[in-house]
Design a protein around this ligand. Structure first.
Ligand code: JHZ
Length: 412
């Protein structure tokens, strides 16, 4: 079900060195049905390599994507913060292209149609999503967001082009890191993208991962951890010009890259140069910079186990909010089970009444929180700490506290 990589997926170099080993863990979105709780789970090595030639960080293995993405429990629409972020993105594109609202907008890995809904609300009328998960494509189609159920590929791009014509806008948010063959992915983008079109990619930024100790965002779905330097190199090999880059707080730090077949904005080089200079200054083109991550991860593990152990001794009840992918990395890496965290609340219907992979902690809806009234809530989706705290006011009113595990364990 998986293969080891032999060469960098961007520059093809074999000059790869390992800098982090998080052990063997199960697939973080493979939630367990209650009736399968005794079944043995597959676990896969989780190790990160650094390419000494182009600076791309990448996992040492690639798990078969069909196992991970044909049926998917993550729903983009669940978080208000993410919906607002996508609304801002659609607004920005609307400001750039106010007169092109009838031209095709294609969203790659469109999930439940969350981003395209925002384009629709800004009066873009010609939308198409491409989504490999059958369950999510069905949800999007039901809510009238036209969605093809397929992985993105050159073939998918050709089919869309022949039926609907070239795209003015192609978006790919939180999917680029999930793709093994990025060259093939971009081949498809170049087939569908019009000469005056814009290709917009959002990826979690490795600079933030390193600086804010976001090691729990490393898991088998995320094959690559991006800096702009390797992305620039990749895009250039397809004659895609980076015409803008901006930074967002989403998912612990995200960069949005705007690329085009034509050089439409001379000023844009400034934003690219600024990011490249920052990467250089922070030492991100040097393997030494990455070597401290392992010790920081171990410290989180030690501190979290200490706090949870103490709470248990004191007969305090600890639960968690957000059965996120990253939360499941953290629980598995720390070896936390339901003896330390009794349950996890998540608002995603697809996740509720299942068990978290590895830890086998039960996942419940928000009503359960009111019933069980835990003393502490570990925010496993720390990236949405504010939103989660806002919706758990009754927990605060009861004197309940929060544990935020990243970048370092804090009780608030
Ligand atoms: P969240 C996902 O990772 C998956 P995850 C994916 N692989 C990816 O690339 C990254 O995002 C970037 C729940 N929640 O978004 C929903 C509530 O229940 O941090 C989610 O299960 N109520 C595509 O899974 C989880 O928390 C709420 O009000 O680590 C958040 O997961 C909110 C705000 C969240 O990403």
């Amino acid at each position: 079900n998986y293969r080891r990589i032999r060469a960098c997926r961007i520059c093809r170099s074999d000059n790869l060195v390992a800098y982090l080993d998080l052990g063997k863990i199960p697939l973080v979105n493979s939630l367990i049905k209650i009736e399968d709780s005794q079944k043995k789970e597959d676990k896969f090595p989780l190790e990160v390599l650094y390419c000494k030639d182009c600076s791309l960080s990448q996992l040492s293995i690639v798990v078969n994507p069909k196992i991970m993405f044909l049926d998917y429990v993550y729903r983009s629409s669940i978080s208000k913060t993410l919906r607002n972020h996508f609304s801002g993105m659609a607004q920005k594109i609307s400001d750039i292209f106010p007169l092109d609202k009838e031209r095709l907008v294609a969203d790659i890995a469109s999930n439940d149609g969350c981003l395209l809904q925002q384009f629709k609300m800004k009066n873009f009328s010609n939308l198409i999503g491409v989504e490999p998960a059958k369950n999510l494509a069905a949800i999007a189609n039901t809510s009238k967001i036209r969605t093809i159920n397929s992985f993105w590929s050159a073939n998918a791009a050709k089919k869309i082009e022949s039926k609907y014509g070239k795209a003015k806008i192609i978006t790919a948010t939180n999917v680029f890191a999930h793709v093994d063959d990025l060259h093939h992915f971009l081949e498809g983008v170049c087939i569908l993208l019009d000469e005056d079109g814009l290709f917009i990619v959002e990826v979690p930024y490795l600079c933030d991962l390193i600086e804010k100790n976001e090691f729990d965002t490393i898991y088998h779905e995320h094959l690559s951890y991006f800096l702009l330097k390797p992305i620039k190199r990749l895009f250039e090999s397809f004659n895609l010009k980076i015409v803008g880059v901006d930074k967002h707080l989403m998912h612990g730090g995200t960069i949005r890259i705007y690329a085009s077949k034509s050089d439409i904005n001379a000023d844009a080089h400034k934003s690219l140069e600024k990011f490249l200079a920052l990467e250089r200054d922070r030492g991100l083109y040097n393997i030494k910079t990455y070597e401290g991550l392992s010790a920081k991860a171990k410290k989180v593990k030690k501190d979290l186990l200490k706090i949870l152990g103490r709470l248990k001794k004191d007969n305090k009840k600890a639960a968690a909010y957000g059965a996120s992918a990253k939360g499941n990395v953290l629980l598995n890496y720390c070896g936390i089970g339901k003896d330390l965290i009794e349950f996890i609340i998540d608002d995603t219907p697809e996740k509720q009444n299942k068990l978290a992979p590895g830890s086998k902690i039960p996942i419940k809806d928000a009503g359960y929180l009111e019933k069980e009234k835990p003393d502490y809530l570990v925010l496993l989706a720390w990236n949405f700490a504010e939103e989660l705290m806002n919706k758990t006011k009754s927990h605060q009113e009861r004197g309940g506290k929060y544990i935020i595990p990243i970048p370092e364990v804090r009780v608030v």
